[in-house]
Design a binder for this molecule. Structure first.
Ligand code: HEC
Length: 107
C-alpha cells in the first residue's frame, strides 16, 4: 500500500504535461481573428492596438452583449473590425461566437 501502482504513477507524470498545453484556438479564429485579437483573445497585438480591438476575455463586457449582437458584429463588422460575412459561413460565425464566450475571464 505504500507504493503507488504504475498506472497512478503514470497519471501523476502526465498531468503537468496536459496542464501546460497552450489554449488552442479554432482554425477559423487562427486564420481570421488572431491578427487583431491575439491567440488569447486579449488583443495584445500590434494590429489590435492600432485598430482598438476589444479584449474578448473581459467577462464584464461579455455579460452586457447578446449572442446575436456578437454574431452581427462578426458578420457585418463593427467600427474598425472588418466584416466576415463573405469569408465565413453562418455556422462558422456561430461557432466563433461560442468560442468568444469560452474566452471570458473575470477581471
Ligand atoms: C483588423 C482587426 C480585427 C480583426 C481581424 C478581427 N477583429 Fe474583432 N474587433 C476588432 C475591433 C477594432 C473591435 C472593436 C469594435 C468596437 O467595439 O467598436 C472588435 C470587436 C470584436 C467583437 C465585439 C463586437 C461587439 O459587438 O462588441 C467580437 C465578438 C470580435 N471582435 C470577434 C472577432 C472575430 C471572431 C474575428 C475573426 C473572425 C475578429 N473579431 C477579427 C478588430 C478586429
Amino acid at each position: 500500500m505504500k507504493r503507488l501502482g504504475p498506472t497512478v504513477a503514470a497519471l501523476l507524470l502526465a498531468a503537468p504535461l496536459v496542464a501546460e498545453d497552450a489554449p488552442k484556438r479554432s482554425a477559423a479564429f487562427e486564420t481570421y481573428c488572431i491578427v487583431c485579437h491575439g491567440e488569447d483573445g486579449k488583443a495584445n497585438t500590434e494590429e489590435g492596438k492600432k485598430k482598438g480591438a476589444r479584449d474578448l476575455t473581459n467577462a464584464k463586457w461579455q455579460a452586457t452583449v447578446s449572442d446575436s449582437r456578437l454574431e452581427g458584429s462578426i458578420t457585418r463588422g463593427r467600427d474598425k473590425m472588418p466584416a466576415f460575412g463573405r469569408k465565413l459561413t453562418a455556422e462558422q460565425i456561430k461557432a466563433l461566437v461560442a468560442e468568444v464566450r469560452s474566452l471570458a475571464q473575470s477581471h
